[in-house]
Every structure is written in structure tokens, then in C-alpha cells.
Design a protein around this ligand. Sequence first.
Ligand code: AR6
Length: 175
Amino acid sequence: MDVHPRHPAKISILLADITTLKVDAIVNAANNYLLGGKGVDGAIHSRAGPGLLEECRRIGGCPTGEACITQGYHLAARWIIHTVGPIWRGGNNGEDDLLACCYRNCFALAEQHGIKSIAFPAISAGAYGFPMERACQIALAEMSTFLEKCDEIEVIAVCFSTRAYLCYQDALRGL
Ligand code: AR6
């Protein structure tokens, strides 16, 4: 696990399955329909159980770049914050800003709900095709900016592959 030098013990990079983490909230890389899918979304729905799908149905959807919150159901995490990352379309269609908005909106919900530890997957960097290096840079920049104004939340960047882990480490050094 690597710790951000400017925020000791507050931001860390972890190679793990996000659904196993005992944190206050995990973030889901969802789609606009909030009805489950593949990747981390599928893993979260399958581990959380059917109550999650019911609550997501009631919410009714989420625009790209925004976020909403549900209970964690059978997860160890109390909350799930669902956000919808942009689909990569070459990089000149507002993708960077939309991805940054995902992180900011997740942090806003975390603050509103008194969440003290939050774990993020690499939003958009799987099925949505965002280049991993760029996604990691945006993620860590937003995490770092948030922690500059609110350092009471522990932030975990979760990697699902060694490649993602190395990308996060590089991005951390480049901050
Ligand atoms: N724990 C942590 N990270 C994971 C896990 C896991 N269990 N599983 C996958 N990842 P993706 P997106 C990583 O495709 O690109 C879904 O179908 C994965 O290796 O899950 O935002 C939704 O319904 C990658 O680095 O999300 C949407 O339709 C990262 O999580 C669409 O995919 C994100 O990959 C969203 O695509």
C-alpha cells in the first residue's frame, strides 16, 4: 500500500476486490440506468444482493458525472456511492471534466453522510475505455484536492490489476 506524502494515512493505493473492503463507503462505476452491469458494477450488485437493485430502481437513473447513494446491503461497507463515468470518445468530448466531476460528486455525498472512509475503483477505466494512466492522474488529483480542504476522510484508490496499481503509483509520484 502506498501513502500520499502530503496526506499521510489519508490516501492509499490498494490492490484488492473493492467488494471485500470494510470501509464506510465503496464507489460503484455504474451506468446511467443504475440497473447493474459487468465489471465492478456486476461484482457489487452480486455481493450486495437484490435489495440494492430494488433501491437503484427506485432512484431511477443517474446522469454521467453525477452520483447517488444507497445502502450497502450484504457488503461490509455501509454505503455504496454510485457514479457514472464518461465513455471514452477520444478525449475531446469533455471526458476529463466529467471524470473529475464523478470524484467531486462522490466526495460531496461522502461529506453529507458523515462518511469517514471511502474506496474508489478506477472509474471509466474498464468497459468505458478511459486510458488508465489518464484516469489515475485525474483520480489522484481530485482526491488530493479534496483532502486539502477536508482531511478527515480516509481515501483508498482500489486497483484490480497490477497494471492499474503501477499506473496509480506513477500518478502519485507525478502529483
Ligand atoms: N474491485 C475493484 N476494481 C474492479 C473490480 C472489483 N471487484 N472489478 C473491476 N474493477 P468497469 P467502467 C476495475 O468496467 O469502465 C459496467 O458494465 C476494472 O478493472 O467496472 O466505468 C457498468 O454497468 C477497471 O479498472 O467500469 C457500466 O456499463 C475499473 O474497475 C460500465 O461497466 C472500472 O471498470 C462502466 O464502465
